[in-house]
Ligand binder design. Structure first.
Ligand code: FAD
Length: 368
């Protein structure tokens, strides 16, 4: 593997680096304060308009059809400039691209990619998280529409979203995995109530629960065939477990860069343990960067991703929690929100226990 830039990649890197000198909005890392969320939409538009977002996605949905190594270059340069990470919504794009008809993805994906339309992901429910297939939200056919009743929870970005990628039960007569369908549901309608949830680190903008009481969605907004919802959900969560898809390497490296600057400015204020924890976080973030390069290199060789995404997710969790631990040790005011959010990484997108089950059964071939 050669991680050096080709001439085209080097030219792209330089152009981005120069652009960032004038266009870094100076926001904190994502999910650490409401300030990030106030500026996130504008940051998405700025990156997209300048041609630095959605690089590896098809042109017909607003991407640039470039090799995914360019996404890694974007992450490198954002981290080096201390800029916020790129918006992490690749998992929605991949799910709709893989399972939606051309009519569906041409209708919905350009708005997601450009940031014109905000989306949330309505999978989890109070009684269905790890055991997602047991979800109880129902979508029943009524003329040209489906009518939805149910309760979703832990729905990230639901307060801002115009659309929800909803997983609902459309058939109760078949085994539970087979009775689910996916829909693009317009969020701004009378049958939907969104209730924000305040996170332990103080963020009020990221999270919510969503109540559906007679909400309507046109049947033409179904994504994939009836009963294909489970397969779509598995595509979405497998991409949600990949740091390369999410751009999270930039997020971790931005935080360790800020912590390093803090320690370098006042070395005598920090003891050996604090420095050792920071050094470990730097090593972990670099390890993840190289791991992502290796996975992107696999993709260039045509290797499709599969259950290895669970290994990525476990690594990503380990890195985020090492960074959170170092941040808390060095600056408890700035570090506390980073530390508290890092605890959620072992839950969101499938818990660490579930990832270990998947590694055991699907990679190592151990019995259930
Ligand atoms: C920050 C954050 C953002 C999120 N964003 C979204 C979102 O946008 N959309 C969405 O739909 N959901 C979202 N979620 C929800 C997330 O997917 C669920 O929290 C997760 O799947 C776990 O489900 P649960 O919370 O119901 O826990 P449970 O499934 O009830 O698990 C409780 C505990 O039991 C363990 N456990 C459960 N089953 C097993 C098993 N078979 N073997 C071993 N251990 C097991 C779990 O590991 C966990 O420790 C988000 C969660 C967080 C924390």
């Amino acid at each position: 593997m050669d991680f050096g830039d080709s001439p085209n990649e080097a030219a792209f890197r330089l152009r981005l680096r120069e652009w960032l000198r004038d266009n870094n909005p100076g926001l904190p890392a994502s999910s650490t304060s409401d300030e990030y969320w106030r500026g996130q939409a504008a940051w998405h538009h700025t990156l997209y308009d300048a041609g630095f977002f959605g690089l590896s996605w098809p042109k017909e949905i607003g991407g640039h059809a470039m090799p995914s190594v360019y996404d890694a270059i974007v992450d490198d340069e954002l981290a080096a400039a201390g800029a916020p990470p790129r918006p992490s919504l690749g998992y929605l794009v991949q799910g709709i691209l893989e399972h939606g008809s051309p009519e569906i993805y041409q209708r919905f994906l350009p708005g997601i990619v450009s940031g014109r339309d905000r989306w949330c992901q309505g999978f989890s429910e109070p009684g269905a998280g790890s055991d997602l297939a047991s979800l109880r939200t129902r979508a029943e056919r009524d003329g040209d529409d489906f009518v939805i009743h149910g309760h979703k929870v832990w729905t990230s970005y639901s307060d801002d979203a115009e659309w929800c990628l909803l997983l609902a039960r459309t058939d109760t007569e078949v085994p539970k995995h087979k009775g689910l369908s996916a829909f693009a549901v317009p969020m701004r309608q009378p049958g939907i109530q969104q209730k924000p949830l305040r996170m332990i680190n103080g963020i009020t903008k990221e999270f919510g629960e969503v109540l559906f009481d007679g909400a309507r969605v046109p049947a033409s907004n179904m994504i994939g065939a009836p009963g294909e919802g489970w397969r779509l959900a598995m595509t979405v969560v497998s991409h949600e477990r990949e740091p390369g898809e999410l751009g999270y390497v930039a997020r971790y490296r931005k935080i360790v860069k800020e912590l390093t600057a803090r320690v370098a400015a006042e070395p005598a204020a920090f003891d050996n343990e604090q420095r050792r924890d920071l050094a470990w976080a730097i090593v972990e973030a670099e390890m993840l960067r190289l791991h992502v390069c290796r996975r992107l290199s696999d993709r260039l060789d045509g290797i499709k991703h599969g259950p290895e995404g669970s290994v990525d997710k476990l690594l990503m969790t380990q890195v985020e929690q090492a960074v959170g631990h170092a941040a808390l040790g060095i600056d408890d005011e700035v570090g506390l929100p980073v530390y508290l959010y890092s605890r959620a990484q072992s839950v969101m997108g499938g818990t660490s226990q579930i990832q270990r089950n998947l590694v055991a059964q699907r990679i190592l071939g151990l019995p259930a």
